[in-house]
Write a protein that binds this ligand. Sequence first.
Ligand SMILES: *Cc1c(COP(=O)(O)O)cnc(C)c1O
Length: 366
Amino acid sequence: MQIPFLSLQSVTASHGDEINTAVARVVNSGWYLQGEENKRFEENYAKYIGTEFCIGCANGLDALIWIVRAYKELGVFNDRDEIIVPANTYIATILAITENNLKPVLVDPRFDTLEIDDSHIEDKITPKTKAIMIVHLYGRCAYTERIDAICKKYDLKLIEDNAQAHGCRYDDRRTGSLGDAAGHSFYPGKNLGALGDGGAVTTSDPQLAECVRALANYGSTKKYVFKYCGRNSRLDEIQAAVLDVKLKYLDEDNCKRQKIAEYYYEKINNPKIVLPKRMDDKNNVYHLFPVFCEKRDAFQQYLKENGIQTLIHYPIPPHKQECYKEWNRISLPITEKIHNQELTLPISPVMTREEAECVAKVINRY
Ligand SMILES: *Cc1c(COP(=O)(O)O)cnc(C)c1O
């Protein structure tokens, strides 16, 4: 049996008729930007997440960039201020901070949860600290009461990178509504994925929402009136229409991911393979299913020879990248361990029970 890491073709086909109808509607409408499709999706997504506002933009990186930039425009952040972030995140989280001339302060995660270790945050706070950016990595909720308490104690903004956790919850609230603002990515492989690039900011702060909306549209607050030096970073009507279709099925699709994960947790029992700490289903929408193996590359090769395609998230941590040379000598042992041992198993709403069974069997034979 050949098991692909992720078949986007099958994911799209699972809602194919409705997606085709939506795309055709936009094509035939003659209106391709800033129209009814964006308006409808933004309203529905804000309602789904549980915020007052949703602002569509070009991609997830831009969503995070606009949040930080808007706080600068509003006088909350200044150049060289510090934002605390998990060191094991995808590079985009960090880029959004450095792009705005602020300083990311990297904090190691816990190895069992893979999320920022909230017991190490307070040591990193300085008079320059203005925010904590949490990342719901792999679909796991990273929010904790302690992080919230630290934000309140030191008057910090809480920004969420929700690129990997659409639909995830903490108690009854969705990730993306837990902090002051959140960036979302609709990159095709994400839980809520477009047929191209897309992103959004959610917030319940009207001033921030207005500023983000302007920044992503040339800095314009009114047609041909420019308050900020913005950029062109809009979500197009076709993507908004596709996302609005897929949003209706997001909870159902996440449940299908949770079923595969449940199966992996029950069946994988090879002592050489470490699974991350299991969370309640409402706190994990399983964007990815990471496992850990000391001899990761050999394990990946073995799975490949047995027809199972896997990926590494991520092979090189941000602080070891060439673009951040100044941090290359910093030691972040947990982050480095994760990057050396991580391997992501196939998981998706279109994966079958037989495929998951095959993955577990092959792993147990290793
Ligand atoms: C995908 C991703 C982003 C960036 O989203 P794009 O839409 O690809 O720009 C940001 N943060 C994390 C954690 C991501 O996984």
